[in-house]
Every structure is written in C-alpha cells, then in structure tokens.
Design a protein around this ligand. Structure first.
Ligand SMILES: *Cc1c(COP(=O)(O)O)cnc(C)c1O
Length: 292
C-alpha cells in the first residue's frame, strides 16, 4: 500500500480469522481452556452472555455443538424475544442448538450478581459460567497462544479490544521490547482496570480514538475504509472490531506516530460472521453496505 511505502512502516496481519470456519479467531482461543475446564468439572451445560450480534455467542454455540455441551445464551434485549429469527447471529446460534434467555437491559446489567445467577440456576440447573465476551483467566491463557516465537521480531502488536481478554493474553505473551496497542471498539473507561486484572506488565497502551461512538456504531467513513481495504488486499474486515483497529493503525501511520522501519503486527481477530447482521442494520438506515 502506498501509505506504508511512503512512511517506511511494515504492517503484517495475523489471520486468526482463518483458524476455524465458525469459531473465528480470538473466540476460539478464549473457549479452548474453558471447554477443557467445563468437562473436567463434569458440567454438561455452558451458560454465557452477549448482545444480539455477539461473536462470542456464535462461537459458544458452535463449540457446544461440536463438543456435545448444551449452551444457554443470556441475550441483552427482551424485545428480541419475538424477532430473533431475523438476526443472523442468533439464527445461527439457534441452529447450533443454543437455548436463549432474553433479558431487559436492566437485568443484563446485573449479570455479574449472585442473585441473578442464582435465578438462572433455578431456571436452567447447574452450568459452567462464562462471562460476557468469554473473558476470564482461562480465556486470557488461551489468547497467549496467538503469538509465536517468530513474532518476537515485531515492535508493536495491535489488537481490537472488547472486554480486554484478548489484549491481556497478547500482553502476557509479548516480549519486553514490544509494545501492545489495544484499540477499544467501545467507549470503555473500565478497560484499563479490567486488563490489569490479568496482566503485570505495563508495556501496553489503549488507543481510544477509534471506537466510532460505540460497539455496534458504524460511520460511512468506516464502511468505505473496510470496502477499500478488501478491494486492495483481498482481506475482509469486520465493522465492529478489526475494521476500527486497522482504520486506527492507518491513521496513526499517517500522523507519523511510528518511525520509519517500524514493524507492526496486527491481529485479525475474526468477527466476520457479524457482517451479515450489520448490513441489515445499514440497509435500514439507508447507509452504504459492506461488500461481501
Ligand atoms: C470479541 C472480539 C474482540 C475483542 O476481544 P476481547 O477479548 O473481548 O477484548 C476482537 N475482535 C473480534 C473479532 C472479536 O470478536
């Protein structure tokens, strides 16, 4: 790409989106040790939380289907109860055998509280609990496996951030001479604190200027970038995470934040299952669509 050549910056993409046809990228890594632990504990049901377009919900449903574990998805938004069939993510999860429990935004906020979990236990019986986005210590451990020996050549490692588990794994796996840059996909003042629960090192930073207003918010400018990126490189990006990260990386390169010769590794964490759902939203708003 001309900008990279002009600035002398080297940018590599690690295609974690290609890991698995359904459980894309980091969600596969985050589930790996949790599924082993659930089986070890003799749990036959996995319960977790997510929004209507959640990659984690799709991945958990698929993993449960593959491994013979029942899955329950507690989904934010009770209004979805009557119309989830028109949501591609939830439709896929249902086909993979996931059982849904739709809750109000208010109830959803109390998902970490014991009383709420107790109510779910009364309703569904015993389960292995995975928090929203699937982030816990075992998930972070799984994400350390994204980096390999040969990635030590890079100066910067970049990842999109949702709940912070993935970037925490990358921080733990990175070398002292490397800096990990996380690009939050939402306005998340809580994130640094969340990430510090899992990491000791301080050679990381969050770049908070590229969330485009929040999780499922997209600007025409972002759509245009994603479509252009795909035209030029053949690599599809998702609009919620990886598109925002790469938009951010290119913007930082434009601003000369990286010295000539800098080697950047950006993790393509996947999320491509979300494109269909996003196009439905864009269509409704008469905005340009993502190329598929
Ligand atoms: C979930 C997700 C992330 C963020 O992962 P966290 O561990 O929640 O920070 C990044 N990219 C994609 C594609 C995701 O699905």
């Amino acid at each position: 790409m001309p900008l990279l050549r002009e600035k002398g910056v080297h940018l590599y993409l690690k295609r974690e989106d290609a890991i698995h046809p359904f459980i894309s990228g980091n969600k596969y890594r985050k589930l790996k040790y949790n599924l082993i632990e659930a089986k070890k504990q003799g749990k036959s049901t996995l319960l977790t939380f997510g929004g209507a377009f959640s990659n984690h919900i799709a991945a958990a449903a698929y993993a449960g289907h593959e491994q013979g574990i029942k899955t329950i998805g507690v989904i934010r938004g009770e209004e979805l109860a009557g119309k989830w069939q028109s949501n591609p993510t939830l439709k896929l999860a249902d086909e993979l055998g996931m059982h849904f429990c739709f809750v109000s935004r208010n109830d959803y906020r109390s998902k970490g509280e014991l009383a709420f979990l107790q109510k779910l236990k009364e309703q569904f019986g015993d389960f292995y609990l995975l928090p929203e986005g699937g982030t816990n210590t075992l998930a972070v451990k799984g994400c350390t496996e994204i980096l390999t020996e040969s990635d030590s050549q890079f100066d910067y490692i970049c990842s999109a951030v949702g709940t912070g588990g993935t970037v925490a794994g990358l921080i733990n796996a990175s070398r002292l001479h490397q800096i990990v840059l996380g690009f939050p996909a939402l306005k998340g003042n809580f994130l640094p604190q969340e990430i510090r629960k899992f990491v000791q090192s301080d050679h990381w930073r969050l770049i908070t200027d590229y969330h485009f207003g929040g999780y499922a918010k997209v600007a025409p400018q972002l759509i245009e970038f994603i479509n252009l990126f795909k035209q030029k490189t053949g690599v599809p990006l998702d609009p919620i995470y990886t598109g925002k990260m790469l938009f951010g990386i290119f913007d930082l390169i434009k601003q000369d934040v990286f010295e000539p010769g800098t080697q950047i590794l950006a993790i393509h964490t996947g999320g491509l299952q979300g494109i269909k759902g996003m196009n439905l939203v864009l269509k409704k708003k008469n905005l340009p669509l993502l190329d598929v």
